[in-house]
Design a binder for this molecule. Structure first.
Ligand code: SAM
Length: 639
C-alpha cells in the first residue's frame, strides 16, 4: 500500500525510450505510423469518429502518450457531429517524467501543440486517478498505479481499447484473464480492442472474456496484429447504488445553473467551462461570500493510513488541487498561493506513531511528504488567498447576485426560481450552496450540518516562514502578517456566524502551547477576525453527484436497514439535478477534484472514484440514511 509511485527508468536509443524494468521498447521504428495502423486502424477510429457523439478510448500502458496524441490528432481532423466528446482513460504503473516525455515527443513535431498540452497536464507521481481537460470536449483520465488493482476501482463505458502493455513475454501481468474480464466489464456492448501481439494467451484471454478476435496484417516487419470485438452484453453493475438508471449525458453548449459562489460553485464553473458547457453562478453574495471568503486557507493533504476509498479520494484531491492552482496562476498571470510548505505536528504519542507509519508507507512520494522537526513536512503545501482563488476558478462565468428559492424539473429542462419571482431555464442545475442546500426540497433529507469556525488575522505580526498545523494552525497571511485558526463549533441551521473575543483568545492559546514566541507577537487589540459556517457531513466526506430520487431509494433499498444483501436494482436519480456540498474545512483542497467528478458524471465520463462514498456519494448516503447505518458497512457489502 503506497501512494507514491516510481517513475519509469529508461535508456534512450536516439529519442526512443526503452524500459529498463521491462527490457522492452515503448514503440518500434516509426512510432506514429505504427500507432495509427495498430491502435487507430485496429479500432476503425477514423470511421467511427465520423458519427461519434461521445467516444471513450481505454488504454493499458500510457507510456509516452504517443497513442493518445495520434488518436487525439485524428479526432481533430475528422468531421464529427457538433458537440462531440472524446474521453481517454489510460493506466500507467511507471509514468515517465516530464523531461522524458518531452524528449520522446521531440521526435514528433507534427504533434507539437498537442504534446505541449499533454505534458503540461502530466500529473505528479501520486497513485490514483488524475483527470484533466486537454481541450474543450477532449479529456484524459490518467490512472497511475498497477492496472491489476486500479481497473477494479474505475467505472466507465469504453468504446475502443488500446492494449499496449509491452510484449506478453516481458510483462505477463497486463495480459491475464482477470485483466480481460475487467476490460469486458468496462466496455460498451460491441466495444473493440486492438493490439500488436497475437500471442496465444492473449487470444484465449480475450475470447474467454467474451471478445471475438481477428488477426490482421501487422505494422512494418510484424506479420500480424490482433483486433477484437465484445460480443456479450454489458454485465450488471457491481454496486447498483452507484449506477444511475436515468442519467442524461449533457453535451457541449449545455447551460448549467450553479447555485452557490463558494469554492464548490467556482470549481464547478471551471469544470463546466472545460467540458465545453456554459455555467451561470447564482449567489446573492457573489463569489466567495461564505466560508470561502476567509482571508487565508491552508493547502495540505489529509493522509489516511490505508488504501480505502476515502484515503484515495483525499490523496487524489490534493494532487489535483496542486495542479489546479499551478494552472490557474499560469493562466491568470496572478499570484494567490504562497507555497511556503506546511509542517504537521503530531498531537500526541499515538499521533506521532501514526505519522511514522504514514511516512514508512509512502502514502505520498517522498518529495511530497517527509519527516521534519518531529512531524511531517509537505513542501508543496502552503497558504492560499481564498477569494482570489475562487475568482480565478470562476473565471468569466456570469454571476447572478440573486437568491435561488426553488428548483424544479420541466420537460427537458430545469427551472430555477429566483427570490424576486423570476424563473430561469437551464439544461441542468447543481446545488452547491453549502448548508443552504437544505432549503431545496430535493436535498432536504441530507444529513448535513453547519460548523462555525473563527480565524484571526494579525496584519502587523511578523510572518512565520511556513505554516504549522497542530490541530489548529498558524501561517503567514496572504497580505502579510500572521493568520491563526480555526475554532470548531457545531451550530444549528439558522445560526449566523459571529466573531467573539473568546474565540480569538482560544486561537492564541492554542498557538502558545506549541509556538510560544509566535504567540507573543499576536496582540488581540490589532486583530482582524472572521467567522464563517462550513457545511459538514457525519463521515466528513462531501455530498457529490446526481440528486437522488428519495422515494425510489427509500423503497428499493429499504432492506439495507435489515442488513439484507440481495439483488438491489440500479439507483434512480432526479433528472438534470446535481449537488456538491459538505466539503467541511477541506474545501479549498477537495473542491477542484470533487467538482471534476460531478461534471464527469454529468457528461458520462469515466468515474474515477466509483467505490468512494464521496463520489457516488449521494446514492450511497441516501442508502445509508435509509438503512440508518454507517456508510462503511454498505461499502463492505459483497458485490
Ligand atoms: N502506449 C504507450 C505509448 O503510446 O507510448 C506505450 C506503452 S509501453 C509499450 C507499456 C506501458 O505499460 C509502460 O509505460 C509500462 O510502464 C506500462 N505498464 C506495465 N505494466 C503495467 C501495469 N501492471 N499497470 C499499468 N501500467 C503498466
Amino acid at each position: 500500500m503506497t501512494g507514491g509511485i516510481d517513475h519509469a527508468k529508461v535508456d534512450w536509443e536516439a529519442n526512443a525510450p526503452r524500459s529498463i524494468f521491462f527490457d522492452d521498447i515503448y514503440f518500434s521504428g516509426d512510432g506514429p505510423a505504427e500507432a495509427l495502423h495498430v491502435f487507430a486502424g485496429g479500432n476503425a477510429l477514423a470511421e467511427r469518429f465520423l458519427s461519434a457523439r461521445h467516444f471513450t478510448i481505454g488504454e493499458l500502458g500510457f507510456g509516452t502518450g504517443l497513442n493518445i496524441l495520434v488518436a487525439w490528432d485524428l479526432w481533430r481532423r475528422v468531421e464529427k457531429p457538433a458537440g462531440a466528446r472524446l474521453e481517454f482513460l489510460s493506466f500507467e504503473k511507471f509514468p515517465l517524467s516530464k523531461d522524458h516525455l518531452a524528449r520522446a515527443h521531440a521526435a514528433w513535431p507534427q504533434f507539437a501543440s498537442l504534446s505541449e498540452r499533454l505534458i503540461a497536464a502530466a500529473p505528479p507521481a501520486i497513485e490514483g486517478a488524475h483527470r484533466t481537460t486537454l481541450e474543450p470536449g477532449v479529456a484524459l483520465t490518467l490512472v497511475l498505479g498497477d492496472a491489476r488493482d486500479r481497473l477494479a476501482l474505475i467505472d466507465a463505458r469504453v468504446d475502443a481499447w488500446f492494449l499496449d502493455g509491452f510484449a506478453p513475454a516481458r510483462n505477463p501481468d497486463l495480459w491475464t484473464p482477470e485483466i480481460f474480464e475487467e476490460l469486458a466489464r468496462l466496455s460498451k456492448p460491441g466495444a473493440t480492442a486492438a493490439t500488436f501481439t497475437v500471442a496465444g494467451g492473449v487470444r484465449r484471454g480475450l475470447q474467454g472474456a467474451g471478445f471475438s478476435i481477428e488477426k490482421r496484417a501487422g505494422f512494418g516487419r510484424k506479420r500480424e496484429m490482433l483486433t477484437a470485438r465484445l460480443e456479450t452484453p454489458a454485465p450488471k453493475p457491481r454496486a447498483p447504488w452507484f449506477a444511475n438508471a436515468n442519467l442524461n449525458t449533457l453535451s457541449p453548449g449545455a447551460k448549467i445553473a450553479v447555485i452557490g459562489g463558494g469554492v464548490a460553485g467556482a470549481s464547478l464553473a471551471r469544470e463546466i467551462r472545460r467540458a465545453g458547457m456554459i455555467a451561470t453562478i447564482i449567489d446573492p453574495e457573489g463569489i466567495a461570500g461564505g466560508a470561502s471568503g476567509n482571508p487565508a486557507g491552508l493547502i495540505m493533504p489529509r493522509l489516511d493510513f490505508d488504501d480505502s476509498p476515502t484515503a484515495r479520494y483525499f490523496r487524489a484531491a490534493y494532487a489535483q488541487a496542486l495542479t489546479t492552482i499551478e494552472e490557474l496562476e499560469r493562466e491568470s498571470g496572478k499570484s494567490f498561493f504562497n507555497p511556503c510548505g506546511v509542517h504537521l505536528r503530531p498531537l500526541d504519542y499515538a499521533d506521532r506513531e501514526r505519522q511514522e507509519k504514514i511516512l514508512t508507507a509512502r502514502l505520498l512520494p517522498e518529495e511530497f511528504a517527509f519527516a521534519r522537526d518531529g512531524g511531517i513536512f509537505f513542501p508543496q503545501g502552503g497558504v492560499i488567498d481564498p477569494v482570489a482563488y475562487c475568482a480565478a476558478l470562476a473565471g468569466e462565468a456570469p454571476i447572478l447576485r440573486c437568491k435561488a428559492s426553488a428548483i424544479s424539473n420541466a420537460d427537458d429542462a430545469v427551472l430555477v426560481s429566483l427570490a424576486g419571482g423570476d424563473s430561469l431555464r437551464f439544461d441542468a442545475a447543481i446545488i452547491a450552496n453549502s448548508r443552504d442546500a437544505l432549503r431545496f426540497v430535493g436535498a432536504r433529507s441530507l444529513p448535513i450540518y453547519g460548523v462555525m469556525g473563527q480565524i484571526d488575522l494579525f496584519p502587523e505580526a511578523p510572518a512565520p516562514l511556513l505554516a504549522s498545523v497542530f490541530g489548529q494552525y498558524a501561517a503567514p497571511a496572504p497580505g502579510g502578517g500572521v493568520v491563526i485558526g480555526a475554532t470548531y463549533q457545531r451550530v444549528g441551521a439558522d445560526v449566523a456566524p459571529a466573531v467573539t473575543a473568546r474565540s480569538t483568545c482560544a486561537n492564541i492559546d492554542a498557538v502558545r502551547s506549541v509556538l510560544p514566541e509566535l504567540a507573543a507577537s499576536l496582540h488581540p487589540e490589532a486583530v482582524r477576525s472572521r467567522a464563517s459556517v462550513r457545511c459538514q457531513t457525519p463521515d466528513h466526506l462531501p455530498v457529490a453527484g446526481p440528486l437522488p430520487d428519495w422515494n425510489f431509494y427509500s423503497g428499493a433499498y429499504d432492506d439495507l436497514r435489515l442488513g439484507k444483501v440481495r439483488d438491489y436494482p440500479q439507483g434512480e436519480v432526479a433528472p438534470r439535478l446535481f449537488i456538491l456540498t459538505g466539503l467541511g474545512s477541506r474545501g479549498l483542497v477537495t473542491a477542484p477534484f470533487t467538482a471534476s467528478m460531478v461534471v464527469a458524471e454529468m457528461i458520462g465520463a469515466p468515474d474515477a472514484m466509483v467505490t468512494t462514498g464521496a463520489a457516488a456519494g449521494v446514492a450511497l448516503m441516501v442508502a445509508a440514511c435509509i438503512a440508518g447505518t454507517e456508510l462503511t458497512r454498505i461499502q463492505a457489502l459483497p458485490d
